[in-house]
Design a protein around this ligand. Sequence first.
Ligand code: MN
Length: 312
Amino acid sequence: MKEKILETIEQYETIIVHRHVRPDPDAYGSQCGLVEILKASYPNKRIFAVGKEEKSLHYMRRLDTIEDHVYQGALVIICDTANIERIDDERYKLGDKLIKIDHHPNEDPYGDLLWVDTSASSCSEMIYEFYLSGQDRGLKINDEAARLLFAGIVGDTGRFLFPSTTDKTFAYAGELIHFNFNRTELFDSMYELDHNIIKLNGYILQNFELLKNGVASVVLTKELLAEFEAKAPEASLLVGTLGDVKGIKAWAFFIEEDDQIRVRLRSKGPVINTIARKFKGGGHPLASGASIYSWDEVDLVMEELSKACENY
Ligand SMILES: [Mn+2]
């Protein structure tokens, strides 16, 4: 499949790369890492990374703004995005051909060409593998691409902590750090938090509820977020914080936004993306997200989580 994708890329003069909404470092890393690799490899092609910019990810790369007509006859590649509804910028439809490159379960097999590898720690890892496989056909990498892919891998593996981290992940990361970029600066950009967010984390640690069956929950209302001057996406960054609690099996963050309550689900074993799917969401087996629209639904999510933990 990698070869087919490369053959297709060779045939197009314009290539536009998308990723999912509410981007994370792997979404940016795979999207922009691929763009940098293609730009280095094909200086005469027109290659763009598009989507709504996320301010907290400006340190990764700024995105390109393009007109609709650029899509005419273009190849569109979507990175790190399991389903069509999650693609950022629906103009992906305007292109000539569509390629999906992703590491989430392939529930929505969209696109003319698909390369889905659920054993990959991150989509960025797949992009590096794509580069390796195409090296002898002229694919080139540069420091910037290496920095972006490294950030994506670090982001999606929780700094190499998650079980999705394999020997391949370490091997690729080991190769990527030979490129010239400032790793300390990158880690600071990824993990430094404003003091109010650290304090919100303190609140979460003081107030989470852990049930006997290993399920925990945190409720963050709009009022509470306002108290800490925190925005919902910033609060979402703290969801991993409960992973260190002894005895915890799975947990949920309920974060109130203007039009919905975002549900962030994490697990140390029980599969929870099946639960996410019941509440208009999805994701990885041990890390997924969903949406509910009233506080009454919190109990329903918690019941499902309890069931999953008790059956585990
Ligand atoms: Mn990813």
